[in-house]
Ligand binder design. Structure first.
Ligand SMILES: Cc1cc2nc3c(=O)[nH]c(=O)nc-3n(C[C@H](O)[C@H](O)[C@H](O)COP(=O)(O)OP(=O)(O)OC[C@H]3O[C@@H](n4cnc5c(N)ncnc54)[C@H](O)[C@@H]3O)c2cc1C
Length: 446
């Protein structure tokens, strides 16, 4: 693997590939190596089977604080603008979206939400009654309670795996000394005088700047190198059910989110058109504690336990969630969704909040669909972090990317590219004007 690189990026998901792209397109940095352990890119959480494919903008996510909205919207806008430069592809699809409020308390809540974000999202509308039934007939069919929604035509469904391929291979980067090493597993990283040496199954790589965008394993790498000890990881697996009408069609055309519990960082159950299966609706994700780095890979459960052990601070954070009157029942219910026989029954009750007329034969457990979120835990306060996190060390950056980490890929890349250019020094620069011109303007979500 030879020569000294300027930058090594560990992780070929949407975070690592976005940085690979931004360094090539908007900086004059040369000699960059992207290292990925699997034979292809984006096989884990960035795979469109493993996540909900939503570009989160902050309008229908009632658990995002008002303060956070401009930042999330900016991140989403970068991805939407990137996609607008692509030829007609299946990478990104325009898709209407809504957050549904059921009964007066939730309807009041979404009305107030609308009031507080209308200035940022002028296209967002409050809809109810016949209009809601026209937009989403199945959401209103057989409904006995009152319902209303905040609705927008400005949503996007994203195949983040295809996006990763576009970032990595969409333009030729070879002449800039950019390379991708697949099937290359990073086992250890050590600090050297000039940067870091990365020890892989295919030999050592030396780099002046290193970015760890390895998803669930990023925090473990940080801990090993003496960083991020105030953070712990709570691994939460998500499953999905597929839903179809009796005639084998999708049940909804919009992304239908529900009001979220703002004590929890992950989305409440929602129904989404599947970007890869237009005749199906995906209900989920569920949330179940599952110690592992990778879904469907038992070996990584052992690795997880070896790496983090039984962490008392994370256990305390979970204890706090379990005794809470809102989050306790949520966790208990979610634990049941995977149980044989009753799992589907309990899930059906929950999914009927979105499609009241849903019958058992209309839903089916989606096998092999759903990844694993490593929610960050603040070990001092024993609370769950509500978003992604970045730890910047000496010549090394660690990206921890629970949801909405995929949405944030280009914003993360912009920040990391600037840090790298600053670290490597003159004559390297980040072309902010070109970045803004191509990816920030005009606002595609206005
Ligand atoms: C159920 C679920 C639903 C979600 N829904 C959404 C959503 O709708 N919208 C959204 O924005 N986000 C969503 N997310 C979050 C989103 O999937 C992640 O934030 C995003 O995919 C993270 O991308 P990443 O590149 O950082 O990590 P990953 O996609 O996990 O990629 C990390 C890469 O690093 C590689 N790697 C790891 N360790 C090593 C090593 N030692 N050596 C070499 N390579 C290594 C892995 O093989 C992998 O390819 C969801 C997540 C889940 C689980």
């Amino acid at each position: 693997m030879g020569k000294m690189r300027n930058v090594a990026i560990v992780g070929g998901g949407v975070t690592g590939t976005a940085l690979y792209n931004v360094l090539a397109e908007y900086t004059n940095v040369r000699d960059v190596l992207l290292i990925e352990q699997h034979p292809g890119l984006a096989r884990l959480n960035s795979n469109s089977k493993w996540n909900s494919q939503t570009l989160h903008e902050g309008d229908i996510e009632t658990n995002y604080s008002r303060d956070r909205v401009p930042q999330v919207k900016d991140a989403a806008g970068l991805v939407a603008n990137y996609a607008s430069h692509l030829p007609e592809t299946q990478i990104v699809r325009r898709c209407p979206k809504m957050v549904l409020g059921v009964d007066s308390e939730e309807i009041d809540l979404i009305w107030n939400r609308w009031d507080s974000v209308q200035d940022v999202f002028p296209a967002l509308r409050f809809v109810e009654g016949k209009e809601l039934a026209l937009l989403e007939p199945k959401v209103m069919e057989d409904r006995t309670e009152s319902a209303a929604a905040l609705y927008s035509n400005n949503g996007y469904a994203v195949a983040f795996d295809k996006l990763s391929y576009s970032f990595a291979y969409g333009t030729d980067k070879k002449d800039k000394g950019f390379d991708i090493a697949l099937e290359t597993r990073v086992n250890a990283i050590e600090k050297t005088k000039d940067g870091h040496v990365i020890k892989t199954n295919k030999g050592d790589v030396e780099a002046r700047a290193v970015v760890i965008s390895s998803g669930t394993t990023s925090l473990a790498f940080a801990h090993r190198l003496g960083y991020g000890h105030g953070l712990g990881a709570l691994p939460v697996a998500g499953n999905f059910y597929y839903g179809q009408t009796d005639r084998g069609e999708a049940l909804v055309r919009s992304k239908v989110y529900t009001v979220q519990n703002d004590k929890l960082p992950f989305a409440a159950l929602h129904a989404d058109p599947d970007i890869n299966a237009p005749d199906k609706t995906r209900f989920g994700p569920t949330a179940r504690l599952l110690p592992a780095f990778e879904r469907y890979n038992a070996r990584t459960s052992l690795e997880f336990v070896r790496e983090f052990g039984i962490d008392g601070d994370v256990a305390l954070a979970v204890g706090k969630l379990l005794v809470d009157e809102d989050t306790g029942p949520f966790i208990a219910r979610n634990a049941l969704y995977d149980a044989p026989f009753i799992g589907k029954r309990v899930f059906l009750d929950e999914a009927r909040k979105i499609v009241p007329a849903l019958k058992p034969q209309n839903i089916k457990f989606a096998k092999g669909v759903g990844g694993i979120r490593h929610q960050l835990v603040d070990k001092r306060n024993h609370t769950l972090g509500k978003k992604e996190a970045k730890v910047v060390g000496n010549g090394i950056i660690f990206n921890m990317t629970p949801s909405p980490g995929a949405t944030s890929c280009l914003q993360n890349a912009e920040n990391d590219a600037k840090t790298i250019v600053g670290l490597l020094g003159d004559p390297l620069e980040f072309d902010q004007a070109a970045f803004d011109r191509n990816l920030r303007l005009p606002d595609p979500l206005a």
